[in-house]
Design a protein around this ligand. Structure first.
Ligand SMILES: Nc1ncnc2c1ncn2[C@@H]1O[C@H](COP(=O)(O)OP(=O)(O)O)[C@@H](O)[C@H]1O
Ligand SMILES: [Mg+2]
Length: 502
């Protein structure tokens, strides 16, 4: 065995369960002893899959997802282009995957995996994921509205107002009704009571809300809200279910889908108990187009992302970000990504060169490779890899020929048909149109036009009565609500999400 083969095999060896990544390459040749494996224990130490378009990022995701599933680990993956959906079908032995297996000296066994297809609010095929505005919270909503710091803080105060008044904000029309009320003459006194929120800011928020309503928000927000525990399923054969969030239909709404992904992650964080280091993760979450999270983000938002990524590890969730270059990810997040698969980077323009040098600096020094020359020269489905070993030590950087996925590399035949069969369909397919804050606020505004403050005060009294079990209209409304009723003391966690009581 060569020194290289020995060193690499030893560095990547795992005593516990592990998943195959590929084989080391030196001087252009596959070194079969240099077996590159990711220990299952390390899979919740987060990761980054990076590289230019067409270099193999999605296939790497697919490869990892398949083997996690096989080891009983449920997977969530954002499927931005729809080309991951074929994961349920066996791959094609006569295509590039079969060829790759031969190059690595492995037998190719076409295999399909248990998949679930989800969509954002039913835009495109897949079981619809919805969130209530109340649960989504002010910070994520501010991000999708492209709000600045002031607007973000104002929105947080408006949410707090709604929380303390017991006003459930289910969909965007509820939020619109509340903001419209606060901007109206009748709502002026209420607004000044909130403190620190300018009427003008409410106006700005209302205008940006219009864009969100037309841009997929009407579909995404509402009930029934998606329960993230449904991402933690295993199939009857013990394999982890791979939940693919199908995003092709919202590809042109990057703000919407990236915030929705962050909401799912934050929900997981709020919903799951602390578990410390596990033998294998409870869930691995693949976050595609991760650069969108940091584009034009406020400082507060960035902090929430950093905090969530840091703390979700101890809840047994591993997060793999997928993007073009490491510089797309905030350095405080990047520093937490112990597992790195870097596919080829282009080096055409001076900007490319700069990004390349910056990428090289994020890797440990290599005794085998000149990364600045290697990274632009990597072939499709090849990558520069370093991971955290079982003992938590960064492994040496290796030029890796990645294994091929065993499932189909491409789109599924019929996602709509598959999701209609899903056990989740009966739970989520149909939208519930609950009576909500919108109607409540409309009623307030309609009564007693010349005593504008009066109806609001009455409503508050009613709300107080309702929480004591009163039988008036507002009480009926609050008590009859499906699912959650907002009560007096609402606690909000990270991103201002409603905190789940365990
Ligand atoms: N591990 C692999 N084994 C075999 N072929 C691969 C592998 N990775 C990538 N390819 C080939 O490269 C193509 C592009 O890869 P893809 O993952 O879609 O790129 P990206 O997501 O970076 O745009 C695939 O369709 C496939 O033909
Ligand atoms: Mg891709």
């Amino acid at each position: 065995m060569s020194d290289f083969g020995k060193t690499i095999a030893a560095a990547y060896a795992a005593e516990g369960a592990s998943i195959g990544v590929g084989k080391g390459v030196l001087d252009g040749k596959v070194v079969s002893e240099a077996d590159i494996r990711l220990p299952l224990r390390s899979a919740n130490r987060h990761g980054l899959i990076a590289g230019a378009t067409g270099t193999g990022k999605t296939r790497t995701l697919q490869l990892l997802a398949e083997q996690l599933s096989e080891q009983g680990v449920p997977v969530f993956a954002a499927d931005v282009k729809g080309d991951l959906s074929g994961i349920a079908a066996p791959g094609d032995a006569s295509g590039p995957a079969g060829k790759r297996a031969a190059e690595l000296g492995e037998k190719f066994e076409p295999t399909g995996f248990p998949a679930e297809y989800l969509s954002l609010g039913g835009i495109g095929p897949g079981v619809p994921i919805r969130a209530t505005v109340s649960d989504f919270g002010p910070q994520l909503l501010a991000k999708v509205l492209e709000a600045n710091d002031t607007q973000e803080q104002s929105l947080a105060l408006v949410f707090r107002y709604a929380d303390t008044k017991g006003l459930p904000l289910l969909d965007l029309s509820d939020l619109r009704a509340l903001l419209t009320f606060l901007e109206s003459d009748a709502g002026k006194a209420e607004l000044s009571g909130i403190g620190g929120v300018a009427s003008q800011t409410i106006g700005v928020l209302l205008r940006s809300l219009a864009g969100l309503e037309d841009g997929g928000g009407n579909e995404l927000f509402g009930e029934p809200q998606f329960d993230v525990n449904d991402l933690l399923r295993t199939a009857s054969d013990g394999r982890g279910v791979i939940s693919c969030l199908e995003l092709p239909a919202v590809q042109d709404k990057p703000k919407l889908f990236s915030t929705a992904l962050m909401w799912l992650l934050a929900e997981l964080f709020e919903a799951l108990p602390e578990v410390g280091d596990l033998e294998k993760p409870k869930l691995v979450f693949f976050f595609d187009e991760a650069h969108l999270l940091f584009d034009e983000a406020t400082e507060a938002f960035r902090e929430s992302v950093i905090q969530t990524v840091r703390l979700i590890r101890s809840k047994g969730v591993g997060v793999f970000f997928i993007t073009q270059a490491p510089k797309d990810i905030h350095e405080d997040v990047l520093a937490q990504l112990g597992n790195r698969v870097q596919h080829a980077l282009r080096a055409f323009t001076p900007d490319d060169e700069k990004a390349l040098r910056a990428t090289v600096r994020t890797f440990p020094k290599s005794e085998y490779y000149k990364l600045e020359e290697l990274l632009p020269a990597l072939g499709t489905g090849e990558a520069v890899v370093t991971i955290l070993s079982e003992g938590g030590v960064p492994t040496p950087v290796v030029h890796t020929k990645m294994q091929a996925p065993r499932s189909r590399m491409g789109a599924a035949n019929d996602i709509a048909a598959a999701s209609a069969q899903s056990p989740l369909a009966s739970k989520y397919a149909t939208r519930i149109d609950s009576q909500s804050a919108r109607e409540l606020l409309a009623a307030r505004l309609e009564t007693a036009p010349d005593e504008k403050q009066q109806p609001v005060k009455e409503a508050h009294r009613d709300a107080a009565k309702a929480t004591r079990g009163g039988t008036d209209a507002l009480g009926d409304f609050l008590n009859s609500r499906q699912g959650k009723t907002l009560q007096k003391e609402v606690v909000r966690g990270v991103f201002g999400l409603l905190r789940k009581r365990l």
